[in-house]
Design a protein around this ligand. Structure first.
Ligand SMILES: Nc1ncnc2c1ncn2[C@@H]1O[C@H](COP(=O)(O)OP(=O)(O)OP(=O)(O)O)[C@@H](O)[C@H]1O
Length: 358
């Protein structure tokens, strides 16, 4: 659990220090007050990167040369996490004073699940967001996934560089590496999809969301019942002509099917967001079950994306499941009722400052 948080120079937050509790903590305030920035700063602390942008300079406060976030954890182990990023590109991340070797150490120390407009719209948006979603989930539940994924991405980069430079005669070693690591990645995604679908059934019934008959499917990124090695060989001439690798898990997808069709053809936008919010809660449940560590839920303005009943059901379940939840909302009138008065704190934010907490 995250007990204490200090943020320096993050967007419009010059300096903020907070004590946090278990259960639901709400950040309220007007548009542009700095609510999302608090959650995004926690994301920087847990992953080394903000969720709002790929460019760290965009979140470093104007006129400042660095951003820094420090958090004190009481569980799964007592630890102090600290991340500092500099405008010039430098920075460091530490866990209890020791510099981390890879940012994934932060994610293991403080696993996060993010629900925001971007993550709730992945069913409607392109496959890249869905791959990112499933991979960030697999990363937590499968030990070797990060290493395997890095090896696959490296082989892909090397082979694509050869294909681009028309030197593909030398690509055999990379094709073998792609085939081996790609099959393993795909199998890991497949296992994740099965456990996610099972947990999602539970969430839908707990929250009382009814959907027409649905399935969650993994598309591996190559077809025809071939091994990846055979698919890469079959696509080799075409890859050489086009200058890039056209088959493999980097072209895979995770698709919700509803009544036999892709969900985005059948469901309303709101229904897709509800389904995805439920899927994120399912993800949190599986992460806790499989790793023994409760993820921290960052829930950004989700009440605005869902109808009152579904929002109430989801928040009630997040809290009764025992997750620590940090959520932004314009005001907290609904939140207290949703959580049956177990709202642990409300911080009112104005101009990047907490002006009221209770
Ligand atoms: N690099 C920066 N330096 C200073 N201020 C910034 C920087 N980047 C963004 N801001 C400002 O930070 C403020 C905080 O935005 P944030 O998204 O946290 O607001 P919010 O309270 O979540 O609002 P909303 O309800 O509209 O989502 C915005 O007013 C934005 O203009």
């Amino acid at each position: 659990m995250l007990n204490q948080l200090s943020i320096e120079n993050f967007r419009n937050i010059t300096a903020m220090s907070l004590s946090l509790d278990e259960g639901l903590t709400a950040f309220t305030g007007d548009n542009g007050a700095g609510k999302t920035s608090v959650l995004d700063a926690v994301h920087l602390l847990g992953t080394g990167k903000p969720f709002s942008t790929h460019r760290i300079n965009h979140v470093i406060q104007r006129e400042s040369s660095f951003v820094q976030v420090v958090g004190r954890l009481s569980a799964p182990a007592k630890a102090i996490l600290g991340v500092r990023r500099d405008r010039g590109g430098g920075g460091e991340a530490r866990i209890s004073g020791t510099p981390v070797k890879t940012l994934s150490e932060l994610a293991k120390a403080m696993p996060l699940v993010v629900m925001n407009a971007e993550t709730l719209n992945v069913i409607r948006d392109g496959p890249e967001g869905r791959r990112k979603f499933i991979d960030s989930f697999v990363f937590h539940v499968e030990q070797d996934f990060a290493q395997m994924s890095r090896r696959y991405q490296n082989a892909l980069k090397q082979r694509n560089a050869l294909l681009r430079d028309r030197c593909s005669s030398d690509d055999a070693v990379w094709v073998r590496d792609l085939a081996v690591t790609g099959e393993l990645l795909s199998a890991a995604r497949s296992r994740a999809v099965v456990s996610l679908a099972k947990a999602l059934e539970g969430v839908l019934s707990d929250v009382d969301i009814s959907l027409p008959s649905w399935k969650l499917l993994q598309r591996p990124g190559w077809g025809g019942g071939l091994s990846l090695y055979d698919a890469l060989s079959a696509s080799s001439d075409s890859d050489k002509q086009r200058g890039f690798t056209q088959v493999g898990p980097h072209r895979g997808d995770v698709v919700f099917m509803v009544e036999g069709s892709p969900a985005h053809e059948v469901l309303s936008r709101g229904q897709m967001r509800v389904l995805m919010a439920a899927t994120k809660l399912a993800q949190a449940r599986v992460m806790r079950r499989d790793t023994g560590v409760s993820p921290l839920l960052l829930v950004d303005d989700v009440a605005a994306e869902l109808d009152a009943n579904n929002a109430a059901g989801l928040f009630r379940n997040m809290v009764s499941d025992g997750f620590q939840v940090l959520a932004t909302m314009v005001d907290a009138t609904g939140a207290s009722a949703w959580t049956e008065n177990r709202l642990s704190n409300v911080f009112h934010v104005e101009h990047g400052t907490i002006i009221d907490g209770n």
